[in-house]
Design a protein around this ligand. Structure first.
Ligand SMILES: NC(=O)c1ccc[n+]([C@@H]2O[C@H](COP(=O)([O-])OP(=O)(O)OC[C@H]3O[C@@H](n4cnc5c(N)ncnc54)[C@H](OP(=O)(O)O)[C@@H]3O)[C@@H](O)[C@H]2O)c1
Length: 259
């Protein structure tokens, strides 16, 4: 039996790259996002494996359960869950739409948590059968400090990192491993969606190919936390040693516009 990976946010950026990497390593795929056309195009690229397309808007309450049910109805045995879908919004908290920020929490936090809960039994079952089984959650270097001008986004990624590290410890005797990928700025649609194309942070990015490769390799090696790129690792380390208020001021500056 081929292993099967469920990848959220596979229509672009890191998710698209993860899909190609998992496929190249013999996984069948279940790919999801809102844009069905892009998912179908990805499926057409990956002719050597089985690809199931399930379009879903994860900002909608109940969407994760529907996705889980559709996977179960198709009797697809998920051995890898890649919680990658997510987005950010740039601006002061009170000036951004509350609804859009609630949608962000739904996608970045709630859907990730629900999918993990729904699919853990399948992953444990696969692990008990001697198959490699695990979860790859995409957080961010935003997880390491507060982020004024993207306050909810940074907080959501702190949740992803904390939740995933705790889960990794809970599951350490089950053979289901949990890897958290914490990318720094990466050249995807992220900044356009976040309306942060002019932010200083967007000026220097890693390629999505390099970031996804680091995440996939970390997942294969069962590492708990991966921060791709030397400068990102330095930043993540520095955030542990400077006062939180100083780290917040630096993040605010990076989230602000390039003058
Ligand atoms: N790029 C960066 O600088 C960076 C840095 C750190 C962490 N990250 C994280 O990396 C992950 C992937 O982002 P990316 O950089 O690859 O950006 P991206 O190219 O914009 O991809 C985001 C993916 O999430 C999906 N998505 C967004 N809203 C969704 C919704 N409501 N329902 C279902 N799917 C949804 C999008 O698909 P549809 O639009 O088709 O729904 C797309 O496939 C995110 O979790 C992001 O927070 C990115």
């Amino acid at each position: 039996m081929n292993p099967t990976a469920l990848i959220t946010g596979a229509s672009s950026g890191l998710g698209y790259e993860f899909a190609k990497l998992y496929a190249a390593n013999g996984y069948n795929l279940i790919i999801t996002a809102r844009n069905e056309e892009k998912l179908q195009l990805l499926k057409e690229e990956l002719t050597h494996i089985d690809v199931t397309v399930i379009p879903k808007d994860l900002s909608q309450p109940g969407a994760s359960k529907e996705l889980y049910q559709q996977v179960m109805d198709k009797k697809l045995p998920v051995t890898a869950l890649v919680n990658n879908a997510g987005f950010g919004l740039n601006g002061n908290f009170d000036e951004l739409s509350l609804q859009e920020q609630q949608d962000m929490l739904q996608v970045n936090i709630t859907a990730l948590t629900e999918l993990t809960h729904y699919f853990l039994p399948s992953l444990k079952k696969a692990a008990n059968q001697g198959l490699s089984a695990g979860i790859l959650n995409v957080a961010s270097t935003a997880a390491f400090q507060p982020g004024p001008k993207m306050a909810v986004y940074y907080a959501s990624k702190s949740y992803v990192l904390s939740f995933s590290e705790a889960l990794a410890e809970e599951l350490k005797d089950t053979n289901v491993h949990v890897t958290t990928l914490c990318p720094g700025a990466t050249g995807t649609n992220f900044f356009k969606t976040a309306k942060a194309e002019n932010a200083k942070l967007a000026a220097s990015t890693m390629s999505p190919q390099a970031v996804a490769k680091a995440g996939f390799e970390g997942y294969q090696k069962k590492h708990r936390v991966i921060v791709p790129g030397r400068m990102n690792r330095v930043g993540a380390l520095a955030a542990k040693f400077v006062p939180r208020s100083v780290a917040a001021r630096i993040a605010q500056n990076m989230n602000g516009a390039n003058s």
